[in-house]
Design a binder for this molecule. Structure first.
Ligand code: G6P
Length: 610
């Protein structure tokens, strides 16, 4: 979490730092700060609680300028989001910004307090500043002192430091939290994500785990975890694909919802033959490995976990492969029994989620057959560390509430299901050809669902004054209901819970009255009749029903029952289609409630801490 930007140049760098922070706000946005070595040779900082725009305003008024600086946007872990806890943290004449968590910060704090250092924040980061300051007294060189300092840090960090003693450089260290160097002409930059630096360069060098870097205006030196000087490859980007603007849309979330037909199309491109899935889309060894798979274990967090839950229905129903799905934060700390020949699958938009990454690293010790990452970021740690990869092609997702990443993950997981079934010969006759055909039609169906925008906007009015909602689904639509409830709570702050419809009478029915709308995602299969009985149970208690149902399911409006007719679609693909109106519903409810749709309170796009 949190975002880092740094710059060493011949020109004033404050505007570059602030622009970089704005581009990183998706990582955290509860406070922000900048430290600059000023043109009158002093280290100065400005920090503000709240969004980067608050800091920007303060900078305009302060006229802080300089050619060396670091900046940070924070998502609080240790210490409340306030100015005192905002980064950069100072010790003497050095400044530190840090992403991650220093686990031994209490012991270090006690030790440094004993040495006379005075702490002015509640953060774990401040120990890094004082420890480095302490080491610098003997070692005198900032880079050498940083190397000595990181040896005493336990936990995760991506960090950067500047010092008024050696204002010719930025130094940085990576362990568990990504950092990338942006290469300019006579100037160089650093950030936790290259997106922050696309404004100034298209050439990047990614630090690897354990790397320490010394970045000057005209040189970059890197040492690996063993202390050896190393060269890291330079990557050059030529496309403008990172352009991040809302276009005609009021919010990124709405724009991203509307991008789904095209990104699903892109995710399918080059992965389907006439009537089959191309298994090599998962990597050159995929066919050989898939032939051995007898079980699948899926691990993910948040929305990606819900994608995994849908996949479980597909893998068992279509490919006949037993599948388990678990949230990464549980999986990583549990004693797991691994069945022979189990494929370990992670799902992640960012590829940097700390729990998912840790689960993958643990899995490597547990005897899984192989690991597969379904991920949206090709240069992420998760992709780098997995045996096989399927990249979703959602493009950059800026809205914190995940939308297009989810539907492209579902497409990826259906491709996986069909590939496993194909290679192992477990698919029923004709199923693959039918579903390949249906997948081809999916972008059009998604467009039809988006055309229901105005209908859903109207329905959203039913929720504006409500505080609680229930989401119901059966079969593979149950995880869709979970995702719908997550979206609503994330951005409208309305309490929303999802239940398998059959569980209603085992508890949640007690909550149902006319103040508790019940959203239902109806299956168009043999479970439909059962669901209809569940809905009667709600109506009998005065609960207002909003039902998303196939236009061919024969469900109609009635007293207290609002039926939204969905375009007809093959039952297997319905979880992907029905996600769309639920995304729109949460979006319009949030707009009505006036919440911050793209950056909801207390959340962050990429959770790179535990
Ligand atoms: C955060 C985001 C969610 C996301 C989850 C997992 O909680 O706010 O939208 O689903 O992390 O992220 P990942 O990048 O691993 O999919």
């Amino acid at each position: 979490m949190c975002g880092i930007v740094g710059a060493v140049a011949e020109r004033n760098i404050t505007a570059i730092l602030v622009e970089g922070l704005k581009r990183l706000e998706y990582r955290g946005y509860d406070s922000a700060g900048v430290a600059v070595y000023t043109n009158d040779e002093k280290l100065e900082r400005l920090r503000r609680p709240g969004k980067v725009s608050e800091l920007e305003q303060a900078l305009v008024e302060s006229s802080l300028v300089g050619r060396l600086g670091i900046a940070h946007t924070r998502w609080a872990t240790h210490g409340a989001p306030c100015e005192r806890n905002a980064h950069p943290h100072f010790s003497g004449d050095l400044a530190v910004v840090h992403n991650g968590i220093i686990e031994n910060h209490e012991a270090l704090r006690a030790q440094l307090t004993g040495l006379g250092y005075v702490f002015t924040s509640d953060t774990d980061t401040e120990v890094i500043a004082h420890l480095l300051n302490h080491k610098l007294k003997d070692l005198r060189d900032l880079t050498v002192a940083l190397k000595a300092t990181v040896k005493e840090l336990h936990g995760a960090y991506g960090l950067s430091v500047i010092s008024a003693q050696q204002p010719d450089r930025l130094v940085a260290a990576r362990s568990g939290s990504p950092l990338v160097i942006g290469l300019g002409l006579g100037e160089n930059f650093l950030a936790s994500d290259q997106l922050a630096l696309r404004q100034v360069t298209d050439r990047f060098m990614y630090l690897e785990e354990g790397d320490i870097a010394e970045i000057r205006r005209d040189s970059v030196q890197i040492w690996d975890v063993t202390g050896q000087a190393v060269e890291r490859q330079t990557v050059q980007y030529s496309d403008g694909a990172e352009a991040a603007d809302k276009g005609e849309f009021r919010h990124y979330m709405l724009k991203e919802i509307h991008e789904q037909p095209s990104v699903v199309q892109r995710t399918l491109e080059g992965r389907l033959s006439q009537n089959q899935v191309l298994v090599q889309a998962f990597g050159p060894q995929a066919a050989e490995l898939f032939a051995k798979v007898r079980n699948v274990q899926i691990v993910a967090c948040g929305t990606s976990y819900h994608a995994g839950m849908v996949a479980r229905y597909w893998l068992e129903e279509l490919a006949g492969i037993p599948c388990q799905v678990e949230v990464a934060s549980e999986f990583r700390y549990r004693k797991v029994v691994v069945q022979p020949d189990t494929l370990f699958v992670t799902i992640s938009q960012s590829g940097e989620t700390a729990d998912t990454l840790a689960a993958l690293r643990n899995a490597k010790e547990l005897g899984f057959l192989a690991s597969l990452a379904i991920c949206n970021v090709g240069i992420s740690s998760l992709v780098r560390e997995s045996d096989l990869t399927l990249l979703t092609q959602a493009g950059r997702e800026i809205g914190v509430a995940s939308t297009k990443a989810f539907t492209t993950q579902l497409v990826g997981l259906l491709l996986l299901t069909l590939s496993l079934g194909q290679v192992r010969g477990t698919l029923a006759a004709g199923v693959e050809a039918t579903l390949v055909e249906e997948l081809r039609r999916l972008p059009t169906r998604l467009g039809e669902a988006l055309a229901m925008d105005a209908t859903v906007e109207k329905i959203a009015e039913l929720f504006a004054e409500k505080n609680h909602t229930l989401f119901l689904g059966r079969g593979a639509q149950f995880p869709v209901a979970m995702e719908g409830a997550l979206k609503l709570k994330e951005i409208s702050y309305i309490h929303a819970e999802a239940y398998p419809a059959g569980e209603l009478k085992h508890g949640p029915l007690a909550l149902v009255d006319n103040d508790m709308p019940v959203v239902t995602v109806a299956p168009n299969n043999e479970l439909l009749e059962k669901l209809k009985s569940n809905l009667q149970e709600v109506r009998a208690r005065g609960g207002e029903l909003i039902v998303f149902a196939d236009e061919k399911a024969g469900m109609t409006n009635g007293e207290g029952t609002h039926v939204v007719q969905m375009p007809h679609i093959h039952d297997i693909l319905s979880p992907i289609l029905y996600t769309i109106p639920l995304q729109l519903l949460s979006y319009y409810v949030a707009v009505l409630k006036g919440t911050d749709v793209d950056q909801p309170r207390n959340l962050a796009k990429s959770v790179t801490v535990e």
